[in-house]
Design a protein around this ligand. Structure first.
Ligand code: BTN
Length: 262
C-alpha cells in the first residue's frame, strides 16, 4: 500500500505522520467501498481510499452525490476516533480541514454552510459524509469528502446546474487534486489530534471563521421531513445548530439541511 507523508508543523498527538492510500480509477462510492471491506482495511488505518471517478456516490441524509466525472475529488478516510468524545465536532473539523486546504491552495473565499457544505459564492463545491461505526470495540469513522475541483460547468447535470460550482470555475485555473488531498489530510489529522487533546474550542473558532451564517440570520431548515424556520443563534460546543424558533424557544439540531436563507 502507498503512503502519503504529512508535514503538519505542530503535531503533538498520537496521530501518525503518514496515511496509507489506496487509489482506484473508478469506484461506485469510496465510503461504501470502505464499509464493505472494513475487515481487511481496518489493518491499514489511517487510510484514504480515493477514486478518479465515482459513479454512485452517497450524500448526507440519504441523498446522492451526483457524479460529475473527471476533475472531481472523491476520497474517504478510515480513521480511529476512539479517543474523541465529541463526534459532532468531527463533522465541523472535516469541513474546516477542506476549507483551510482550499483557501491555502486556491486563494478562493470559502464558506461553510452548516454542518460542512463547501461553498464558493453561495454555490456548492463540495460536501462531507461521515459514517461512524463500532468495529471490534473501536469507534471507526469513515469520512467521505467530495469536491468539484477541475470541473467545467457542462459537466453538471440539470439537477445541480444552478446550485453547483467548482474550484476551477471560481478561480479560473486548474488545481492539483493530489496537493489538495495532501493538505486536507494534514489539516484533518491535525484537527483530530487537537480534539484528542480536548481542545474543542480551537476547532470551533476556526470553523466559525468559515461559517456563512451570522447571528440573527433567518434560516429555513429541513429536519426529519419538516421545515423549521428560525433565527440562527450559534453552533454549540457539540457542533449542533442552535435556532431560536418562532415561539421563542431555542432548539439545538444535530442533523438536517439548511435550504434557504430568507
Ligand atoms: C453531501 O454534501 O451530501 C456529502 C457528499 C459526500 C460525497 C463524498 S464523495 C466521496 C465519498 N464517497 C461517497 O459515496 N460520498 C462521499
Amino acid at each position: 500500500m502507498k503512503k502519503l507523508y504529512l508535514t503538519s508543523p505542530d503535531r503533538e498527538c498520537s496521530i501518525p505522520d503518514f496515511i496509507n492510500i489506496a487509489d482506484m480509477p473508478v469506484c461506485i462510492s469510496t465510503n461504501e467501498y470502505i464499509n464493505q471491506n472494513l475487515d481487511s482495511l481496518s489493518g491499514d488505518i489511517p487510510l484514504i481510499v480515493s477514486a478518479d471517478i465515482q459513479t454512485g456516490g452517497k450524500g448526507r441524509d440519504g441523498r446522492k452525490w451526483v457524479p460529475v466525472g473527471a476533475g472531481g475529488m472523491y476520497i474517504s478516510y478510515l480513521l480511529n476516533v476512539n479517543n474523541n468524545e465529541n463526534l459532532g465536532l468531527l463533522s465541523l473539523a472535516a469541513g474546516t480541514a477542506v476549507a483551510e486546504a482550499v483557501t491555502g491552495i486556491s486563494g478562493l473565499r470559502v464558506q461553510l454552510k452548516w454542518p460542512n457544505d463547501i461553498e464558493l459564492s453561495g454555490l456548492k463545491a463540495g460536501g462531507v459524509l461521515i459514517e461512524n461505526k463500532l468495529f471490534s470495540n473501536s469507534m471507526l469513522s469513515v469520512i467521505g469528502i467530495g469536491l468539484n475541483v477541475n470541473v467545467d460547468r457542462q459537466q453538471f447535470c440539470k439537477s445541480i446546474s444552478n446550485t453547483a460550482t467548482s474550484l476551477s470555475i471560481n478561480s479560473g485555473k486548474k488545481i492539483s487534486i493530489d496537493e489538495l488531498m495532501l493538505r486536507i489530510s494534514e489539516y484533518l489529522l491535525y484537527f483530530i489530534g487537537i480534539m484528542e487533546n480536548g481542545l474543542y474550542e480551537n476547532i470551533l473558532k476556526k470553523y466559525l471563521f468559515y461559517l456563512k451564517h451570522k447571528q440573527g440570520d433567518e434560516i429555513s431548515f429541513h429536519h426529519s421531513g419538516e421545515i423549521v424556520n428560525g433565527e440562527f443563534k450559534k453552533i454549540n460546543d457539540m457542533g449542533a445548530l442552535v435556532l431560536k424558533l418562532k415561539d421563542g424557544e431555542e432548539k439545538a439540531f444535530f442533523s438536517g439541511e439548511i435550504h434557504t436563507i430568507v
